[in-house]
Design a protein around this ligand. Structure first.
Ligand code: SAM
Length: 370
């Protein structure tokens, strides 16, 4: 299993069922995805000369934080695409209806029990998202929101009527590249070849959805990037990124112990999150140019949250556990384990430990299609 290098998340079901709920809670509690989406969309808009009246695609739309950020910039159409069976119906309910959010999450996921003490904050966050979306000029004056449940790879420009002006993928690109890379590795390619083929193939498939001269904007966290063109900065970022935080690592060690107590067969699947090293900054311009995308700019942001780091990590921990399959560990056990981990952390932490904010670093890459 390569899950150690995938930030410890089993890719299979992390954005589905219980994982879906926890992703909502992580977003609600930390607001990390909200900030990242606003930031990426602002940069894409700048590169595109504004999004006013344009057709903009949100790839890997998830729970809609990027769709919301796009809606605030007056496009004519937003095409939001996600392959997970949970997100598109959820977005329909959230943005295109006035259905009761709590009723929806309860009926489909039994959310109150699963989210437990994260429940109220999650609902308040989602209600806030809906209010903001419905207040946008885009929403009030009949902008088109097209929701498509499909893998970005299987989508054709025809299905979204015509190629779009701008494609935005917040925390998305590494998922598709890693998935393809695994396929190429299984075919016997070397890790570097597999990565390069995965990037080319991703760009070829996604590029068909974009007009010539259109903007492709994506963001990813430091975990997936080596800043090899600036080793000093790389060292700094590695040192402060959350996966290097001793308390965070300890939290995952406790998690591993408790999971293995329930199911010893999961030894190789339960991991301590570690950086992935998928991309090297110095190689990005040439790698993308080869596929017809010229780098416009790269930006680095520091995503600091003033929420209690234990609470954010506790929520993210459940997202990690959500990646395990129900037959491997039941939903009830996942919730119980996460709570025990938090309790043990609180009881055994020395004063002053993990006082730092929960720190995340991210990169934004903006390209123009030739
Ligand atoms: C980390 S989440 C980011 C969600 C959202 N962009 C945000 O920033 O809040 C990644 C999303 O990509 C979706 N995804 C992964 N592979 C995909 C694919 N091949 N096609 C479409 N969506 C995909 C997942 O279902 C998930 O919702």
């Amino acid at each position: 299993m390569k899950t150690a290098t995938q930030q410890g998340v089993d890719k299979g079901s992390v954005f589905q069922s219980v994982g879906f709920l926890y992703f909502l809670a992580v977003s609600a509690l930390s607001r990390l995805y909200t900030q990242d989406s606003e930031f990426l969309v602002a940069q894409a808009s700048l590169a595109a000369g504004g999004l006013i009246g344009k057709r903009v695609m949100d790839l890997g739309a998830g729970h809609g934080s990027t769709t919301l950020a796009i809606a605030k910039r007056n496009p004519s159409t937003i095409v939001s695409v996600d392959k997970s069976v949970d997100y598109i119906p959820f977005l329909e309910m959230l943005f295109q209806s006035d259905k009761d959010i709590e009723g929806y999450l309860e009926a489909n996921y039994g959310a109150r029990k699963v989210l437990d003490d994260l429940y109220d904050a999650t609902i308040a966050y989602l209600e806030g998202m809906r209010k903001q979306f419905q207040a946008t000029r885009f929403s009030r004056l009949g902008g088109t929101l097209q929701l498509i449940e499909k893998s970005a790879f299987d989508l054709t420009a025809k299905e979204c009527d015509e190629p779009v002006d701008v494609i935005i993928g917040s925390h998305f690109f590494h998922w598709v590249v890693n998935a393809l890379k695994d396929q190429y590795l299984a075919e016997g390619k070397s890790p570097l070849e597999a990565r390069d083929c995965a990037i080319s193939e991703s760009l070829e498939r996604i590029g068909k959805l974009l007009k010539p001269g259109g903007i492709l904007a994506f963001s990813t966290s430091k975990d997936f990037v080596d800043v090899d063109d600036n080793p000093e900065m790389d060292q700094y970022l590695e040192q402060y990124t959350v996966t290097a935080e001793p308390m965070y690592v300890r939290m995952h060690e406790i998690k591993k112990r408790l999971v293995l107590k329930k199911n010893p067969a999961l030894e190789s699947k339960v991991t301590i999150p570690a950086p992935n090293h998928l991309l090297k900054n110095s190689e990005i311009p040439a790698l993308f140019r080869r596929s017809g995308f010229n780098l416009v700019h790269v930006d680095l942001w520091e995503n600091l949250t003033d929420y209690d780091p234990i609470e954010v990590a506790y929520t993210a921990l459940q997202l990690h556990l959500g990646g395990l399959k129900d037959e491997e560990i039941s939903a009830e056990d996942r919730v119980e384990i996460a709570k025990k981990v938090r309790k043990e952390m609180r009881e055994t932490m020395m004063q002053g430990q993990w006082e730092n904010p929960y720190m995340g670093f991210g990169f934004t890459y903006i390209f123009q299609k030739a």
